[in-house]
Design a binder for this molecule. Structure first.
Ligand code: PLP
Length: 393
C-alpha cells in the first residue's frame, strides 16, 4: 500500500523537529470521504451511529458528526465526553455494569436509547426514570441462541458471555417493560461479533436478527419501531483491499430488508473499527538496529504502550518504511520491529521482509486509527506520549 501524499508531506514536516519522531497522524480528509461513502450506500431505513470506543479523539468525532445519526457510548466516561465534545448529537448508551449515577447522567442528557444488558439494570433504570419524571427509551440487548452461529475471533453472544439477556430472562424483562410506566420499549439490540470480513456470513447473521425480531414481536404481541444490529465490520490488516465490502453489503442488505419485511422498521448500526481504522497512522523513527542470534531487530521510538493493536490482535501489523539519509544496514532481509519497552512482548511486527532499513528511517504503521492509542497501556515505563497530528487538508 503506498502512502497518501498528505501523510508523506506531514512526515517531512515532522522530520524538521530535532528529536526522533514518535507520533500518531490522522488523515481527517480521508476519514470524511470514507464516512460519506459509508453513509451514501446505506439503505433508506437505516441509521448509522459511531461506536466511540474505537477512537474517541475529539477531532475524529467532530469530523464524523455531519455524517452520522449519533454516537454510541460504552461507559459513563464516554457519555460525558461525547456530550461535552459534540453537544446536541444523539447518544446511545450500552455496556455491562452501568452505575446508577451513569444512568442518571444519561437521563439528564436525554439520550436516544439505553441498551439494557440485564434485568437488574432494567429495574434500576425504571426507578431512576420515575425519579426524573421522564420516560427512559429502552433497547433490550439480547444474547440468544441463533440458527446462524457467528464465527469470528471476537464473539460476544450466542454463547456464555457477560453481554445481553439470555432467553430465560426475557419474560421477566418483557413483563417489566410492560408494567413499568417510565420505561419506553423501543426495540431489540444485537451485537454479536467483531472482525467480520465475510459479507454473506454477516447478512445471514442479520437475517437471523430480523427473524428473531419478528418472532418475538409476534409471540409477545409487541410493536417495536427499531432494531439495532450492532457493528463488527472487519478490517483485513494483512490486505486492506479485502476488508469488509461495505457497498456490496449494502446492496444485498436492501434486498434482505424487503425479503424479511423490515422496510418499516428502523434499522440502526453502531460501527467502530470499520469507520476509523484506516485514517490513523502510527509513526516510529528507528533509533537502533541490531542483530541478535541471527535475527535483525529495529528499535523504534515508541512501542506497544502507544500502539497496542498488534499485541492485542496478535498479528504482524502492516507498515511502510520512509527512508532517511543513512546507508541501509538491512537489505532484503526480515526484521522484527520493536519499541522501547523492557519486555519481549513489545513487538509490532515479527520477521517481516524489508528492502532497506537504517537508523533514522521512519516506520509508518497503517490502519492505526481504531483500538490503538486509546487501548494502550500508556503509562508503562513513563515514556513521553506520541505527538498527535490531525490533518484537515
Ligand atoms: C464495540 C462495540 C461496537 C463496535 O464494534 P466494532 O467492531 O468496532 O464495529 C458496537 N456495539 C457494541 C455493543 C460494542 O461493544
Amino acid at each position: 500500500m503506498s502512502l497518501p501524499a498528505r501523510i508523506t508531506d506531514a512526515i517531512s514536516q515532522l522530520r524538521k523537529q530535532p528529536s526522533p519522531i514518535c507520533a500518531y497522524v490522522y488523515d481527517l480528509v480521508a476519514l470524511e470521504r470514507h464516512i460519506q461513502t459509508i453513509r451514501e450506500s446505506l439503505p433508506a431505513n437505516c441509521e448509522l451511529f459511531y461506536a466511540a470506543k474505537a477512537n474517541p479523539e475529539a477531532q475524529i468525532l467532530q469530523t464524523l458528526v455531519p455524517f452520522v445519526d449519533g454516537f454510541e457510548a460504552a461507559s459513563g466516561g464516554e457519555l460525558r465526553w461525547l456530550h461535552q465534545q459534540c453537544p446536541g448529537t444523539p447518544l446511545i448508551f450500552g455496556g455491562p455494569g452501568k452505575l446508577e449515577s451513569e444512568l442518571e447522567t444519561a437521563m439528564e442528557y436525554q439520550i436516544s436509547a439505553f441498551h439494557v444488558e440485564s434485568v437488574n439494570e432494567l429495574r434500576s433504570l425504571a426507578q431512576i426514570a420515575a425519579r426524573c419524571g421522564r420516560k427512559a427509551p429502552v433497547m433490550l440487548r439480547l444474547n440468544l441462541t441463533l440458527d446462524e452461529a457467528p464465527d469470528s475471533r471476537l464473539v460476544m453472544g450466542g454463547k456464555a458471555t457477560p453481554f445481553g439477556l439470555d432467553e430465560f430472562a426475557l419474560d421477566e424483562a418483557l413483563a417489566l417493560l410492560r408494567d413499568e410506566p417510565w420505561l419506553a420499549f423501543q426495540g431489540l439490540h444485537f451485537h454479536l461479533l467483531s472482525h467480520q470480513l465475510d459479507v454473506d456470513a454477516h447478512l445471514r447473521l442479520i437475517r437471523s436478527y430480523f427473524r428473531t425480531f419478528h418472532k418475538l414481536c409476534l409471540e409477545h404481541r409487541l410493536l417495536l419501531p427499531m432494531i439495532n444490529v450492532g457493528g463488527g465490520m472487519g478490517i483485513n490488516y494483512q490486505d486492506h483491499h479485502r476488508s469488509f465490502d461495505w457497498p456490496g453489503f449494502c446492496t444485498k442488505l436492501s434486498a434482505l430488508i424487503i425479503e424479511e419485511d423490515m422496510a418499516t422498521t428502523q434499522i440502526r448500526f453502531e460501527i467502530g473499527r470499520f469507520i476509523s481504522a484506516a485514517c490513523g497512522y502510527y509513526l516510529m523513527q528507528v533509533l537502533d538496529i541490531k542483530r541478535n542470534h541471527g535475527q535483525y531487530f529495529a528499535i523504534g521510538r515508541g512501542g506497544t504502550h502507544h500502539f497496542r493493536t498488534p499485541a492485542a490482535q496478535n498479528h504482524n501489523h502492516p507498515f511502510d518504511v520512509i527512508r532517511g539519509h543513512q546507508p541501509a544496514e538491512i537489505v532484503n532481509q526480515p526484521v522484527t520491529l520493536v519499541g522501547q519497552l523492557c519486555t519481549p512482548k513489545d513487538v509490532l511486527a515479527k520477521q517481516q521482509p524489508v528492502t532497506e532499513l537504517a537508523v533514522g528511517d521512519i516506520l509508518v504503521f497503517t490502519l492505526a486509527g481504531a483500538y490503538a492509542w486509546n487501548i494502550s497501556h500508556r503509562d508503562f515505563l513513563m515514556h513521553e506520549p506520541p505527538q498527535m497530528v490531525f490533518l484537515k487538508q
